[in-house]
Ligand binder design. Structure first.
Ligand SMILES: Cc1ncc(COP(=O)(O)O)c(C=O)c1O
Length: 424
């Protein structure tokens, strides 16, 4: 008799939905499709030769150790390197404040595992990172949302949301995924002050902080929090923020390497949770990343990535200007860094419907509704500008312009509105 699997799955799996991003990423492998869907780095910037040389050194000098099990906290020289990296960002932490993870996505899952009880409310930005919503939802999270505008999370709406008693706030201050917006310094201070006043901790997700193409670096929330409490001196961080970042965008996502900075008691819980998940992150990958990074290569590499992605961003912005004249009623964000920009269509249009048509025209994006826990944002979409080449960006945006324009005309005809412009 075959097992009736549907009756065996845990209740929490009923909250699992397949990721729209994953489904769409499958389409990127179709020939001649121009994908603005995934958050993939450009293949142009993968440091293949540096990784090859590092692999060789690791295997020659530490082969047996690299292939052995290791500690859950992570490879000490890599944690030490990250502690020094964080010090340049303005926060002095010891390696006991740092754990290496198998990428930030796994960090988000570990955070869910140690912090979320079923029914807990998590305060998120709207829109927010889909992968975090998926991870937290599995642990039974409910959401309290605060909108973002061009200066990031709208802090004027934060206090009211904090009164709902969230377990923690999940915030992406730099070049937010998906909206591409950046939290201003003034608002960063407000967030940290309100977190302190309401006793609500912050999970600060910062994969893109180093990928800034214009403007000044702004202090991360973890730094402002440490300054507020003056509690990072003497090499120990004891504040209200769990900070996470990743090597995915500065080195390579295939390595699956991320890290967390947090107060020691949080790190200890994460370590226990991680033991049950994967014992530890690949020893080999950690040693290779350390070997690549130890002489300062990442700084030099990040300068190149900024140059390439900064150009991609400019090309996409210019192509959007050409595709959507002002009267079209299409708006988009102007990100100062990161990988994404956010397009808002007239509210008569639905981006999910448009996607089917766009795919027929061989261009893809992620409908914005995926990033809204409350199902709103139907007239929005996320566009990635890191992965496609400059020529593909120009062609892809021109195709998107035609698809949106045709859909806008159809909607107006269906509503018997006069068709005055060629674009909605
Ligand atoms: C905001 C955010 N958090 C986490 C992740 C996951 O990163 P990683 O590749 O380190 O798992 C991403 C990936 O794009 C992201 O954009």
């Amino acid at each position: 008799m075959s097992t009736p699997w549907q009756q065996r799955f845990a209740q929490r799996t009923q909250r699992m939905t397949s990721s729209a991003i994953r489904e769409l990423l499958k389409l990127t492998s179709l020939p001649d499709i121009i994908s603005f869907a995934g958050g993939l780095p450009s293949p142009e910037v993968f440091p293949v030769e540096e990784v090859r040389a590092a692999v060789d050194r690791v295997l020659t000098q530490h082969g047996a150790a690299a292939l052995q099990y290791s500690t859950t906290e992570g490879y000490p020289p890599l944690r030490d390197l990250l502690a020094r990296h964080m010090a340049r960002y303005g926060i002095e932490v010891g390696i006991e404040n740092i754990i290496i993870t198998t990428g930030s996505q796994s960090t988000l899952d570990l955070i869910g595992k140690v912090l979320i009880n079923p029914g807990d409310r998590i305060l998120t930005e709207t829109p927010s990172y889909l992968g975090a919503l998926q991870a937290f939802t599995m642990y039974g999270a409910e959401y309290v949302s605060v909108p973002v505008d061009d200066d990031g999370l709208v802090t004027g709406r934060l206090e009211q949301a904090l009164r709902a008693g969230p377990k923690f706030m999940y915030i992406l201050p730099n070049f937010q995924n998906p909206a591409g917006v950046t939290l201003s310094l003034q608002r960063r201070r407000e967030v940290v002050d309100l977190a302190d006043r309401y006793g609500v901790p912050i999970v600060e997700d910062d994969p893109y902080g180093q990928l800034r193409y214009e403007g000044q670096h702004l202090k991360p929330l973890v730094v402002l929090d440490a300054e507020l409490h003056n509690e990072h001196r003497g090499g120990q961080y004891r504040g209200d923020v769990i900070y996470l970042s990743t090597f995915s965008k500065t080195l390579a996502p295939g390595l699956r390497l991320g890290w967390v900075v947090a107060p020691r008691e949080v790190i200890q819980r994460l370590v226990m949770a991680k033991q049950g998940t994967d014992l530890h992150t690949s020893t080999f990958d950690q040693m290779v990343a350390f070997e690549v990074a130890r002489g300062g290569f990442i700084d030099q590499h990040v300068r190149r990535i900024r140059e390439v992605y900064g150009r991609h961003r400019d090309v996409m912005l210019q192509a959007l200007e050409r595709a959507f004249p002002r009267e079209a009623g299409v708006r988009w964000t102007r990100p100062q860094g990161g990988l994404f920009l956010w397009l808002t269509l007239p509210d008569t249009l639905d981006a999910s419907t448009l996607l089917e048509e766009a795919i027929r025209e061989k261009v893809a994006f992620v409908p914005g509704v995926c990033f809204h826990p409350d199902g709103s944002g139907r007239n929005t979409m996320r566009l990635n500008f890191s992965n496609a080449s400059e020529a593909m960006i120009e062609e892809g945006i021109a195709r998107l312009g035609r698809v949106i324009s045709a859909q806008g005309r159809r909607v107006r005809v269906a509503r018997h509105e006069p068709v005055t412009a060629t674009i909605p």
